[in-house]
Design a binder for this molecule. Structure first.
Ligand code: ADP
Ligand code: MG
Length: 517
């Protein structure tokens, strides 16, 4: 878990990601998706599907599994990363992925670049088995959701994080500027600073203490409690100004345990200041000090979240005071879970949409706000919003199948995947453009980062400014070329065109690879 394989972005063919997306779709109702279902979703011949699946397994995007009753495939984080990155790439939100900056509690953090050369942070949410175990205690939510999966939870986490970050940013809170999100991935402003946990000395501890306490109160006045307000989730710049990060667990001040959560956030800061800066203050806010003047909690729920998502968002709340006495659920209720019937239906419209997005063919300016609302919620078995179509997956709504030859790609070209996160770990500092790696440019990159990991500063003969300039120029050129191509041709050629664009990007990335060579 936790590896990010940018490499495959270049090598997967259209059929490959059709099948990959089919696995994702199938996983809404199945833990292991049978090949028969996959081939009918992807509308490929049975044998063709098997061959592609073997490739996907080789590249660690899906896993083959066999139990007593069922055999088939399931998506893993490699495949999910791929789908999210490819989509963000197609939306032209990001163009390259750089070094891993950190590993959070439940995330992997990468530095990425946009086509215009800006650097962002990419947070890949990774809710795994640990959180799963905690969640199973919450019977209310687990009920009817046998297949509540890491896939769904990670997407839920990212969706919630983006929604709150946006709401807070729009209201002037010191949070990173949200850029976009897809599936379990959030793209946001890169904060130039250090996590408070790494800071040993402060210019003015009382001033920062006050600033943080005021922030907690201001949040609560807006109806919100951070829920994990501590030295790991606060970034400090050169002037000791704080930026707050990490929002999936935010809680409303109307929550039954709100006071407890609130006090815990306050206590975290008090304890940290005592321990690290030997600063203790008699003054600290209490829940009664709150003068609620806005209801961002309600607004976010009402706007960004669909009903299911909003309800399930409680799954992400931090552990509460009563966490240990959870077993109040009766046997009868537990039995309900067993009789749940698996809903076999697959929403082909949604599938089609996902494919188009991967290809960069569905253009939507409002994607950041709305795109995922519909699709983000159905990964919990049987809770689908029916569109009226497609009972048991059919081959009927064939999503614009392209001609075989056109999309045949050299599957054999696929090299071993680069273990980017491992090779990047040795890298610091991580915030230089010269550490950025083009998604479409694998071969060199791997050797480069490996080489550099061994000797930090191997790029030091080229001044960072020059590298940055070159990268920027290169990126602008690519962008303009892409735009020109887009304007030149009509709808009919969209697919061929996007393929050509890809090739072009790969080519120019290969040229630009000299910067890192
Ligand atoms: P988790 O939910 O897994 O704890 P966080 O959002 O707290 O993930 O991020 C983990 C770490 O990554 C942070 O402690 C911080 O060092 C770094 N980080 C996260 N977001 C940003 C950002 N926008 N700018 C700079 N660093 C960040
Ligand atoms: Mg954190």
């Amino acid at each position: 878990m936790g590896k990010l394989n940018v490499v495959v972005l270049r090598y997967l063919s259209r059929d490959d990601f059709r099948v990959l997306t089919a696995v994702e779709m199938g996983m809404k109702n199945h833990e292991i998706v049978p090949v028969s279902l996959l081939s009918s979703i992807a509308s490929l011949k049975h044998g063709g599907c098997n061959k592609i699946l073997r490739e996907l397994v080789k590249h660690k995007l899906v896993v083959y599994e066999r139990t007593k009753t069922v055999q088939g495939y399931r998506l893993n984080y490699g495949g999910y990363d791929y789908l999210a990155l490819k989509t963000l790439c197609s939306r032209e939100v990001i163009i390259s992925v750089g070094n891993q900056m950190g590993v959070g509690k439940e995330s992997d953090i990468y530095i990425v670049a946009s086509p215009s050369g800006e650097q962002y942070v990419l947070k890949l949410h990774r809710l795994g088995r640990t959180s799963f175990r905690n969640l199973k205690n919450k019977r209310d939510y687990h009920k009817h959701r046998k297949n509540m999966s890491w896939l769904y939870l990670s997407r839920l986490s990212a969706t919630k994080e983006f929604a709150y970050m946006k709401a807070l940013y729009d209201r002037g809170f010191p949070v990173p500027k949200p850029v976009d999100y897809n599936r379990h991935a959030v793209v946001m402003e890169l904060i130039n600073g250090y996590p408070l946990c790494q800071v040993r000395e402060l210019q003015d501890p009382p001033a920062l203490y006050n600033e943080l306490m005021e922030l907690i109160v201001k949040l609560a006045d807006h109806g919100l409690i951070h829920g994990d307000f501590n030295e790991f989730n606060l970034m400090l710049d050169d002037q000791d100004r704080a930026t707050m990060i990490d929002f999936p667990q935010m809680v409303s001040t109307s929550h039954p345990n709100a006071e407890w959560y609130f006090d815990r956030d306050v206590k975290c800061i008090r304890d940290f200041f005592t321990k690290r800066f030997s600063y203790e203050s008699e003054l600290f806010p209490t829940f009664r000090d709150i003068r609620r003047s806005y209801s961002v909690d309600v607004e976010v729920s009402a706007s960004g979240f669909t009903k299911d998502l909003e309800r399930d968002s409680a799954l992400l709340h931090p552990a509460g005071p009563e966490e240990d006495d959870e077993e109040e659920c009766s046997d009868g209720e537990a039995a309900d879970e067993e009789v749940q019937i698996e809903d076999e239906s697959v929403d082909m419209e949604e599938y089609k949409h996902a494919i188009l997005e991967l290809e960069g063919l569905s253009v939507s300016d409002t994607h950041a706000d709305t795109q995922d609302e519909g699709e983000a919620m159905n990964e919990n078995g049987g809770e689908k919003k029916e569109t009226g179509a497609a009972p048991t997956a059919t081959t009927s709504g064939d999503p614009e199948t392209g001609s075989e030859e056109e999309f045949k790609q050299a599957e054999d070209e696929c090299p071993e995947l680069a273990d980017l996160s491992a090779s990047n770990k040795g890298f610091k500092p991580f915030r230089d453009s010269d550490s950025l790696l083009h998604m479409a440019e694998h071969g060199r990159r791997r050797t480069d980062s490996e080489a550099t990991a061994g000797s930090v500063g191997s790029c030091s003969t080229i001044p960072p400014e020059v590298v940055r300039q070159k990268v920027r120029r290169q990126l602008t050129k690519q962008q303009k070329a892409a735009q020109r191509r887009r304007l030149q041709k009509g709808e009919a050629n969209l697919v061929t065109k996007s393929k050509r664009e890809n090739l072009n990007n790969i080519k120019s990335s290969m040229e630009s690879a000299h910067f890192w060579g």
